[in-house]
Design a protein around this ligand. Structure first.
Ligand code: GLP
Length: 243
């Protein structure tokens, strides 16, 4: 492993979630009014549940400002499949977070929305921590494999395997939006610290490729090898191919 990457290989999903929540809560304690980057997907669900438990025990997250990585487009905020809905229900309401931001899935001009989102993010100051999951194809946010690294926030078509992977959340797989708004890699890389979560043997190969393979836009998460402070919290299965 590279020196800038700290790896915690926890026994199982529950332990991974506890570890990640502990690291996040500790960071918020040290930087209670900073900006933080949040992720969706199934991987961080346990970590969010654990944060809610810690909140019940007195941890305070109410001073932070949050920026989510991405949102489908088009999608309404009250659609249960929207990332807005996911975050509001699981994270923002239970943790009392009021200063939250997500790209607007209803924006009539999605490209302009990406530019506006990026400005908002830049004006919020340095993100103390960016939480990330990793897609089966190595995407972070919705920065899909490509010939070049996507620097800026963008309105992007989803890769076929992302549509297929995310169809498990939809009753009708045909309803998975074909496009999304995503934070770009520059904003992700500007976070002071990255907290990358991965769970299950299905992620073992791509995690190893991202963290120890060549740095290539075909595996967008491989750019994290160039970030000075990455903490990877995985369960044993996801970490099984990492030395
Ligand atoms: C989704 C999200 C990503 C997430 C990834 C992995 O499509 N846009 O932010 O990290 O895919 O999802 P999961 O954690 O469900 O495997």
């Amino acid at each position: 492993m590279l020196r800038n990457i700290t790896l915690y290989a926890e026994a199982d999903y529950a332990a991974m979630s506890r570890k990640a929540a502990g690291i996040f809560a500790e960071t918020v304690k040290e930087n209670p009014t900073a900006a933080y980057g949040f992720a969706t997907g199934s991987t961080p669900e346990g970590m969010y549940e654990e944060l809610v438990r810690l909140y019940g025990l007195g941890a305070d997250f109410t001073g932070i400002t949050t920026f989510n990585l991405d949102e489908y487009h088009p999608i309404k905020p009250d659609d249960p499949q929207s990332y807005y809905y996911y975050m509001k229900k699981r994270v923002f309401d239970p943790l009392g977070i009021r200063k939250f931001n997500l790209p607007d899935g209803t924006a009539p001009d999605p490209s302009a929305e990406c530019i506006a989102y990026e400005h908002k993010l830049a004006n919020a100051g340095e993100m103390a921590m960016q939480i990330l999951g990793i897609g089966n194809n190595g995407h972070i946010g919705f920065n899909e494999p490509s010939d070049t690294f996507a620097c800026q926030a963008g309105y992007v078509p989803l890769a076929a395997d992302t549509i297929s992977a995310n169809s498990r959340f939809f009753e009708d797989p045909g309803m998975v939006p074909r496009n999304a708004l995503t934070m770009g890699l520059h904003a992700i890389m500007m976070a002071k610290r990255i907290l990358l979560l991965a769970s299950g043997e299905g992620k073992a190969q791509i995690l190893a490729q991202a963290l120890t393979g060549p740095i290539t836009p075909q595996v967008p998460a491989s750019i994290l090898q160039l970030h000075p402070c990455v903490t990877v919290v995985a369960d044993k299965s996801a970490a099984s191919l990492l030395k």
